[in-house]
Write a protein that binds this ligand. Structure first.
Ligand SMILES: CC(C)(COP(=O)(O)OP(=O)(O)OC[C@H]1O[C@@H](n2cnc3c(N)ncnc32)[C@H](O)[C@@H]1OP(=O)(O)O)[C@@H](O)C(=O)NCCC(=O)NCCS
Length: 142
């Protein structure tokens, strides 16, 4: 049977539905960089990499994907709870990785909230490995 789930490029018109999916979801940490203007800039800078999953016109999955010319980054992968464990998250990640590979990117990073054990298992199954040789540090810019 043909899948009723369509995975396609994220458009800025998807923003409201995407934000509503992310907002309050366990494992997803939102910040000021997830406001409309910032997401629009992100999509503009990384065309064709961020994806949504749609089921009969309802948005049920989203993921941000981009790169800096050297490394790829995947953020905020989220599948609506009613649609989990159907392989949609895996399909979206594989699609992002394929798109990064086509652009010549050889490694992709994800950021995980430490308590997100289910997320850790998901990413491990998708082939990602834990880095104990690195710590993340950041600085806030004006
Ligand atoms: C993590 C998340 C994106 C996974 O999405 P998903 O669509 O359920 O992922 P999949 O269906 O591809 O895989 C989930 C599990 O279902 C299993 N599965 C996949 N297809 C299946 C099927 N047809 N039948 C039964 N099980 C299946 C997979 O083996 C997988 O097991 P694992 O979690 O132990 O790896 C989703 O749980 C989510 O949105 N979590 C909250 C947000 C979050 O933590 N995001 C990650 C932030 S870094």
């Amino acid at each position: 049977m043909k899948s009723d789930i369509q995975i396609r490029e994220m458009m800025i018109d998807d923003y409201e539905a995407v934000f509503n999916l992310w907002n309050g979801m366990e494992g997803i940490g939102l910040s000021a960089s997830d406001e409309l203007e910032q997401i629009e800039a992100y999509l503009h800078r990384n065309p064709g990499l961020s994806l949504v999953a749609v089921c009969r016109e309802t948005l049920i999955g989203a993921v941000l994907c981009g790169h800096d010319g050297r490394r790829g980054y995947i953020h905020h992968l989220a599948i609506h709870p009613d649609n989990r464990s159907r392989g949609i998250g895996t399909r979206m990640v594989q699609d992002c990785l394929k798109r990064l590979t086509v652009l010549g990117i050889q490694k992709c990073h994800i950021f995980l909230i430490p308590e997100n054990q289910k997320g850790f298992e998901f990413w491990s199954r998708a082939g990602f490995y834990f880095r104990d040789d690195l710590e993340l540090m950041s600085i806030d810019l004006e």
